[in-house]
Ligand binder design. Structure first.
Ligand code: SF4
Length: 348
């Protein structure tokens, strides 16, 4: 892990995305707002991998699409280097060249009727690469993702490649235009277990050698620990815990992060593991208080009433939980907080 502070390549400031859901009954029509991403602030930094971890529906993919500006934020702003991007500003070619997105499913993200050469040369032509340089740059992109020799792959069709090779081609396509930021949305979740490590090592190598700012989205906190320099945990559209390095995985302080860490299979473990009960949080308004409260074993009265603040629990490590603000909870909750801490330690 690098200790100096490299430049922020891409930042999000209080970014939210709310979707309107309309339903019509026999006599009435209603419109409700789904808060897929709510007030998220983060920085993606050159030469560092930032892992965003969360379960399905936590908003991590919508966040990646907002950062790629495929989805328009409802509010908040993006920063590309020093440049402030307003939420409704049009996505420019320059922005697209700087911020590239790699999708989860390599089988459907490449056009099956065109050979790999076409998949790589098209973005190069769109971004104005001189015709005489397109072949050389397409070959170079395949070499950067260790598909060697490139000539072996250029004329093949997507169905002729394995899942791991296809994901490498997807990454090569993103790298063609020399981006500064790579957003990888669950890049290994659809691959065989045997090739996943190769893709993670490839991302690590690209981040280091090309000084890329990489966002690695995953639901697997173990792979985040393996790859990431910095880690963020999302739940129901909000960031609930974040840390530099792997502090968050080694010493989780938010009950949801504890649940994620406890859910990693451990063949040597015996006894009962920490489990959650209750229903998944509702991201449809109105929903007050902590969104994890319906599943949290520490939930207090204040948790159901007020949204918890983000509190720094250690240098570079913060958590959005009332357990870390005991002075701000009511007398009744103070009592139950003490009892819970005595009977059920935060770390499992
Ligand atoms: Fe649990 Fe309350 Fe913390 Fe939310 S704020 S995670 S409900 S203890």
């Amino acid at each position: 892990m690098k200790l100096d502070t490299p430049p922020v390549r891409l930042g999000a400031r209080h970014v939210s995305r709310h979707f309107t859901v309309r339903s019509s009954g026999r006599f009435s029509r209603t419109a409700r707002s789904v808060r897929a991403v709510d007030d998220v602030t983060l920085d993606l930094v050159s030469g560092r991998v930032t892992a965003v971890v969360g379960e399905s529906g936590s908003g991590k993919s919508v966040l990646a699409k907002m950062l790629a500006r495929i989805v328009t934020p409802t509010s908040g702003e993006l920063l590309l280097g020093d440049q402030v991007i307003a939420p409704r500003a049009k996505r420019t070619l320059e922005y697209a060249a700087q911020v590239q997105l790699v999708l989860q499913d390599p089988f459907s993200s490449l056009n099956p009727v065109h050979p790999i050469h076409h998949c790589l040369s098209r973005p190069l032509r769109i971004h104005g690469t001189p015709r005489e340089r397109v072949d050389e740059m397409a070959r170079g992109a395949l070499e950067r993702v260790a598909l060697n020799p490139p000539e072996r792959f250029l004329d093949r069709y997507p169905h002729e490649l394995s899942g791991g090779q296809l994901q490498r081609v997807s990454i090569a396509r993103a790298l063609c235009v020399r981006p500064g930021v790579l957003l990888a949305d669950e890049p290994i979740s659809m691959l065989d277990v045997s090739v996943r490590l190769g893709i993670l090592n490839l991302l690590r190598g690209l981040c280091d050698s090309e000084d890329l700012a990489v966002m690695y989205i995953t639901h697997d906190i173990a792979s985040a620990r393996y790859l990431a320099d910095d880690t963020i945990v999302m739940y129901a559209g909000q960031i609930v815990e974040r840390s530099l390095g792997t502090a968050l995985v080694d010493e989780p302080t938010h009950p949801y992060t504890q649940l994620l860490v406890a859910s990693v299979p451990d063949p040597t473990a015996t006894g009962t593991k920490f489990t959650a009960s209750g229903e998944h949080s509702n991201t449809v308004t109105p929903d007050v208080g902590c969104r994890f409260a319906p599943r949290c074993r520490y939930a207090m009265e204040v948790c159901r009433r007020e949204s918890p603040p983000e509190v720094e629990v250690a240098p570079g490590h913060s958590s959005r939980c009332w357990l870390h603000e005991p002075q701000r909870v009511g007398a009744k909750d103070q009592e139950s907080l003490t009892l819970r801490r005595k009977g059920a330690p935060l770390a499992t």
